[in-house]
Design a protein around this ligand. Structure first.
Ligand code: DSN
Length: 415
C-alpha cells in the first residue's frame, strides 16, 4: 500500500492496526470470517471506477464488455452453488436485498410473518425500528418458551390466522437447524411466498451441512461475507418466474450502480465455495462449534437450546450474574471477539442483553480443530465464571498468543 502510506498516513495506520488486530485475536463473532487474499485483491481493483447500471448485455452506459463477463460469471457460479434457477448478484447488503425482495413481492400494507427480533430474527425482517414496519404489517412468531426451539405447529397456526403474503425464515442467533421445507409448505398452504434468509448458514448449505431451501422456497437471500467467506454484500436467488420482478426491484427499484469490484470478489468467493476444501471447512466449522459447545456445557455454562447444530452458540449469561455486554467486553480485553446478544424472552433490552453470541467460522478458516476448541472453551468458561481472576486472564492472553502464532492468517499480507 505504498501510495496510501505516502498520501494518507492516518488511514494507512488504522488499516494496518486493524490487520494486526485480526491477526492477533480470536475472531469469534459468528457472522465474521476471513476472506481469501484473492477475494481481497479482486475487491481492490479498477472495477470500482465503472458505472454499470442495468444488467449484463443491457446496460445504460458503454464500455461494459468486461464488466458483463465478470457479472455473468458471478451469476452462473451463484446459481450452481445453490441449485437456483436465477441469481441477482448486485445487492449491496442483506438489508437492501431484503428491501428489494419485499418491493418485488408485496404491496404497501401487505403482511409479513417473521421471527421476533429478540428470538433470533433480523432487524430487516420487520423490526419496529426498521423502515419495513412502516410500509408493511408485521406479525411475528416466537420460539417455544421452554425449549427455545422453533415450533412449526405454532408458525402454521399463526399463518392460518393472519394470512400473510410473505413468511420469512432464516435467523441471526438461532443455533439449530431450520426445516425450510416445512416453512415453504406452511407458506404455500396460506398463499404466501417463502423467503429464506440464509445469510448465516449459506456456507453450511453449500457444503450439504444444512438443508437447502430450494427447490421449495420462492426466494433465498444471503449475505456473502459470513460462512460464505466472501466480500461484504448480498445476493438474491429465486425461481425463474420471479426473476424479472426481483431484478427490477434491485435495479432500478432500490439501487443504482452496482459495485462491480465487489461482484468480481463475489465471483471469486463462489469459485472457492465450489471446491472440496471449502466444503470440508464448513463441515469442520460445525464440528468445531459442537465441540466448543460441549466443552462450555461440561464446564457449567448454560447454552440457549442446550447446544448447536450450526456454526453459532448462544450463551445465557444470567446464571453467571453478568450481562452479555460485560461478558463480551471481558473477552475482548483478552483479544477474543464475540458479541452481546438478546436471548429469547430476555428481560433485558437489546442494548444491554443477557446473551453472548459466538461462533467458529473464522477460527476454522485459520485451520483450528477440535483440540483448539476444547482449549478455547475451557478458557472462556473459566473467565466467565471468574471475571476478576487475574490468573485466568493471564492464561487466556497466553492461549490467544499461542493459537494465533500456531494458526496465522494472511501470512503474505504485508501492509
Ligand atoms: N449483523 C449481522 C450479524 O451479526 O448477524 C446480521 O446482519
Amino acid at each position: 500500500m505504498k501510495h496510501l502510506l505516502k498520501q494518507d498516513n492516518q488511514i494507512y495506520q488504522a488499516i494496518k492496526n486493524e490487520l494486526n488486530r485480526q491477526k492477533s485475536g480470536l475472531i469469534m463473532i459468528p457472522s465474521e470470517n476471513f476472506t481469501s487474499p484473492a477475494v481481497l485483491e479482486a475487491m481492490s481493483t479498477v472495477l470500482n471506477n465503472k458505472y454499470a447500471e442495468g444488467y449484463p448485455q443491457a446496460r445504460y452506459y458503454t464500455g461494459n464488455q468486461f464488466i458483463d463477463e465478470i457479472e455473468n460469471l458471478a451469476i452462473e457460479r451463484a446459481k450452481k452453488l445453490f441449485q437456483a434457477e436465477h441469481a441477482n448478484v448486485q445487492p449491496h447488503s442483506g438489508t437492501t436485498a431484503n428491501l428489494a425482495i419485499y418491493f418485488a413481492l408485496l404491496k404497501p400494507g401487505d403482511k409479513i410473518l417473521s421471527l421476533n427480533l429478540t428470538h433470533g430474527g433480523h432487524l430487516s425482517h420487520g423490526s419496529k425500528k426498521s423502515l419495513v414496519s412502516q410500509i408493511y404489517q408485521i406479525v411475528h412468531y416466537n420460539v417455544d418458551p421452554k425449549t427455545n426451539l422453533l415450533d412449526y405447529n405454532e408458525i402454521q397456526k399463526i399463518a392460518q390466522e393472519e394470512k400473510p403474503q410473505l413468511i420469512i425464515s432464516g435467523f441471526s442467533s438461532y443455533p439449530r437447524k431450520i426445516d425450510f421445507k416445512k416453512i415453504s409448505e406452511i407458506a404455500h398452504e396460506v398463499g404466501a411466498y417463502h423467503l429464506a434468509d440464509v445469510s448465516h448458514i449459506a456456507g453450511l448449505i453449500i457444503a450439504g451441512e444444512h438443508q437447502n431451501p430450494f427447490p421449495e422456497a420462492d426466494v433465498v437471500m444471503t449475505t456473502t461475507h459470513k460462512t460464505l467467506r466472501g466480500p461484504r454484500g448480498a445476493i438474491i436467488l429465486c425461481k425463474k418466474e420471479l426473476a424479472s420482478k426481483i431484478d427490477k426491484a434491485v435495479f432500478p427499484g432500490t439501487q443504482g450502480g452496482p459495485f462491480e469490484h465487489i461482484i468480481a470478489a463475489k465471483a471469486v468467493c463462489f469459485n472457492e465455495a465450489l471446491t472440496d476444501k471449502f466444503k470440508a471447512d464448513q463441515k469442520q466449522t460445525v464440528i468445531n462449534a459442537q465441540v466448543l459447545a460441549q466443552t462450555l456445557i461440561d464446564n457449567n455454562i448454560t447454552l440457549i437450546t442446550g447446544g448447536t447444530d450450526t456454526h453459532l452458540i448462544l450463551i445465557d449469561c444470567r446464571p453467571l450474574k453478568i450481562t452479555g455486554k460485560e461478558a463480551a467486553a471481558l473477552l475482548a480485553e483478552m483479544g477474543i471477539y464475540t458479541n452481546a446478544n438478546v436471548i429469547p424472552y430476555d428481560a433485558n433490552p437489546p442494548a444491554n442483553p443477557s446473551g453472548l453470541r459466538l461462533g467458529t467460522p473464522a477460527l476454522t478458516t485459520q485451520g483450528m480443530k477440535e483440540a483448539e476448541m476444547k482449549q478455547i472453551g475451557l478458557m472462556i468458561a473459566a473467565l466467565l465464571k471468574n471475571p476478576n481472576d487475574e490468573k485466568s486472564k493471564k492464561q487466556a492472553k497466553d492461549l490467544v498468543k499461542n493459537l494465533t502464532a500456531q494458526f496465522p492468517i494472511y501470512k503474505d499480507l504485508k501492509y
